[in-house]
Design a protein around this ligand. Sequence first.
Ligand SMILES: [Zn+2]
Length: 130
Amino acid sequence: MTNKKLIQKAASLIRPVKIQNYLIGDVGCALVTDKNHIFVGVCADLCSGMGFCAEKAAIAAMITEGEFKIKTIVAVWKNEKGENQILPPCGSCRELIRQVHQDNLQTAIILKTSEIVKLEVLLPHHNWFG
Ligand SMILES: [Zn+2]
């Protein structure tokens, strides 16, 4: 799957539902594993930190199927104009990707349609704890 199609896949998941003051499903994530399987997830922005990022949902689906190595990952949100906007993974998701498998330091993180970086670039000094 091309990066463009992966971005489109993540964007296709976005179906925001407002529950009280919280939004569920306003960010979609798609990832490709080293076995070329695709896993997806959406976020849940809930109170008191009980929600989760779209990346975490996609990674949970991947782990559920017994896979751990992520080749490429992207998260997409739609801005006020309805345009797709790629979001970088938060610090917690960066660390989750890293801890799921050491090889994931080489995971390609799509930051923009034309800008892709390896996770290790987003996690400086990542070797200090093992
Ligand atoms: Zn996150």
